[in-house]
Design a protein around this ligand. Structure first.
Ligand code: SAH
Length: 276
């Protein structure tokens, strides 16, 4: 184990700093808290109206929590993970709307870069630039993103055909073809995007955007400010058009947990400090 990943425990021995794992909504965590309960037991601390679950899951010490929805909620939660729980890195898992032309319901997007699409302090600052931070795009940690993408690829290789068969009947918009893993730009804003016109505007402004959601770039900004590695993985629940709210709701209830469970299990089992 890398000595930079160690800190002194209460009894003087060294202990690994935990990984922060968060989602907006409970379905997006899959079986993570139950798996932690079974593996190590769970200690729960409540702070800022959120429950932080502390324990070990798939061999990794973790703090698992729900941010709820939106950029402020996400920023507040990740700030607590950093300052109160001293996490070494942060992983966000959840669903998103597909924006890229080849991004379909059931695909997975791993964020390599994140941007707040609703930030606009023009004419004082260029569109999307975070005032006084001199940047609009925040990078995910390369090693974390690569490990997440590898876990997604393995999940789809091993379970993708069964997923497509199982869910295409329940969800007409779930592509029957094998789901794909994409890597690139994820955009965040305090809007649930649900019209073809809105998607068109996002594509025109940000042609390389793959997925739209409401938390990722806020987390990436806070992690950038504190030099904490972070990564975001999003399963596509809808295509941010007029069908978005029904597609999102059924995907969240019926499918999101299966993806998160399958991806996080593989990611955590493969995750060691040497990868960072
Ligand atoms: N609590 C409500 C609202 C969820 S908002 C509910 O359960 O119905 C949608 C959530 O999913 C956000 O956390 C966002 O990150 C993600 N999301 C999925 N599709 C989206 C879209 N088309 N536009 C924006 N966010 C989307």
């Amino acid at each position: 184990m890398n000595s930079s990943s160690l800190q002194s425990g209460a009894a003087g021995q060294t202990a690994a700093r935990p990984l922060g794992v968060l989602a907006a909504l409970p379905q997006e965590l899959g079986d993570l808290i139950a798996a932690m309960q079974a593996e190590s037991g769970v200690t729960t601390r409540t702070l800022g109206r959120r429950d932080y679950h502390i324990g070990t899951v798939h061999g990794v010490p973790c703090v698992v929590t729900l941010a709820r929805v939106g950029k402020v909620a996400a920023a507040a939660t990740v700030s607590a993970l950093i300052h109160v729980f001293d996490v070494e890195a942060v992983v966000f898992t959840g669903v998103a709307g597909g924006v890229g032309p080849d991004v379909h319901v059931g695909d997975v997007v791993v964020g390599e870069t994140l941007l707040q699409h609703d930030m606009n302090a023009e004419p004082l600052f260029p569109r999307h630039e975070i005032p006084l931070l001199a940047r609009s795009r925040f990078d995910a940690d390369r090693a974390l993103a690569a490990a997440l993408a590898a876990a997604c690829e393995r999940f789809i290789e091993e379970e993708g055909t069964a997923l497509a068969e199982r869910f295409s009947a329940a969800l007409p918009r779930f592509e029957t073809a094998l789901p794909r893993v994409h890597r690139g730009l994820v955009i965040s804003g305090d809007q649930f995007v649900a019209s073809a016109a809105a998607v068109g505007d996002l594509r025109a402004a940000l042609p390389d955007a793959l997925a739209v959601e409401m938390e990722g770039a806020a987390i990436a900004q806070v992690c950038y400010e504190y030099d904490v590695p972070c990564a975001v993985v999003r399963t596509i629940s809808d295509t941010a058009d007029e069908h978005a709210s029904t597609s999102f709701s059924s995907f969240l209830t019926e499918i999101a947990g299966t993806y998160s469970t399958g991806i996080l299990r593989r990611f955590l089992a493969s995750w060691t400090p040497a990868q960072r």
